[in-house]
Design a binder for this molecule. Structure first.
Ligand code: DGY
Length: 326
């Protein structure tokens, strides 16, 4: 009886119980499967009653969903990026949207460096060759890669993650240039317009959010501006890169290599031609995938969810203007 009076929350995916223990006894949670790529039908069926939504970045929270959830009082996204959520529409409806900033900065920057190093030193190709018996001797001119010291790293998007990547890259002796809609005097690098950054960079690493302005930013014309020896790293969002243009640029040798934590579409189907290219490394969106980071992201998402349900301000809110309306 008491349980029935608790707010109904749709938890779009199954998560480790200890990550979301703070919800115990405070919400009635209806949970979707571990690997849901869309809102599970049994959750869809309860949208009309739901007061809270705890979702991952793979679940679109757009007008059609919001229309079917008239009692929704909070959307808590377990990610820093909220491009899957129509935030403006939530604000219009007075629904606060929560995210998980800061906590994944280091993990994502570490993974960016891992991708950059792996592509620079051709780890996937050389590991494959060793396993396949093509390691005949110490090969003076075999598996040669790029040096980091003295190379120029172009960072697109100098936010928290961009800065953390710059800090790491400086430790490797790289020169940092960056582009950002809001250049800052204390940024760790020289500001350049995008075209110039593409022209001078040996590595280009993307760390901008996905917005109308950044969708397809890395298109055919962008690849034409890059050095033929350049390496692209994307640990931001897949659609910042035009996948077809990247496939052509890699196949035609317009750029040397790419290392991708994110793709468009996501997941990238196994038959996609990008997988067949030896100069393309793809990992399944694991930027924040460390034990500590993912747990903390879930905990922060729970804090946001509970605050929203209890009428408190979300501790990590992407649309604080929602509070000005009410
Ligand atoms: C985020 O939180 O936006 C990341 O992409 C998850 O790794």
């Amino acid at each position: 009886m008491k349980t029935m009076s608790l707010p109904l929350v749709l938890l779009t995916h199954t998560l480790p119980a200890d990550w979301i223990a703070s919800l115990d006894g405070r919400v009635r949670a209806l949970t979707g499967p571990l690997d849901a790529t869309r809102l599970a039908p049994e959750l869809e069926a309860r949208l009309a009653e739901a007061e809270g939504l705890f979702c991952l970045l793979t679940i679109p929270v757009q007008k059609d969903l919001l229309d079917r959830a008239p009692r929704l009082r909070v959307v808590s996204n377990m990610a820093v990026g909220v491009d899957n959520v129509d935030v403006a529409e939530c604000t219009r409806r007075g629904i606060p949207v929560g995210n998980t900033p800061g906590v994944l900065t280091d993990a994502t920057a570490d993974l960016t460096m891992a991708l950059l190093l792996a592509a620079a030193r051709r780890l996937p190709e050389s590991a494959r060759d060793a396993r396949a018996g093509r390691w005949k001797t110490w090969s003076p001119a075999g598996w040669l890669g790029a040096d980091l010291r003295g190379a120029t790293l172009g960072i697109v998007g100098m936010g928290k993650i961009g800065r953390a990547v710059a800090e790491r890259a400086r430790g490797f002796g790289m020169k940092i240039v960056y582009t950002d809609p809001a250049p800052s005097a204390d940024a760790p690098g020289e500001f350049l317009p995008l075209d110039e950054l593409l022209r001078v960079s040996d590595f280009v690493s993307l760390h901008c959010p996905l917005t109308a302005e950044t969708r397809g930013l890395m298109n055919e014309s962008a690849f034409r501006k890059m050095k033929p020896t350049a390496i692209l790293v994307n640990a931001a969002r897949g659609p910042v890169v035009d996948t077809a243009a990247l496939t052509r640029a890699l196949a035609d040798g317009q750029i040397a290599a790419a290392a991708l934590d994110v793709t468009d579409p996501e997941p990238l189907p196994p038959e996609h031609p990008l997988y067949a290219l030896p100069n393309c490394l793809i990992v399944p969106h694991i930027g924040s995938a460390t034990h500590g980071t993912r747990r903390r992201m879930a905990e922060m998402a729970c804090e946001n969810l509970l605050a929203g349900l209890e009428g408190r301000r979300l501790p990590f809110c992407v649309n604080p203007e929602v509070y000005e309306k009410t």
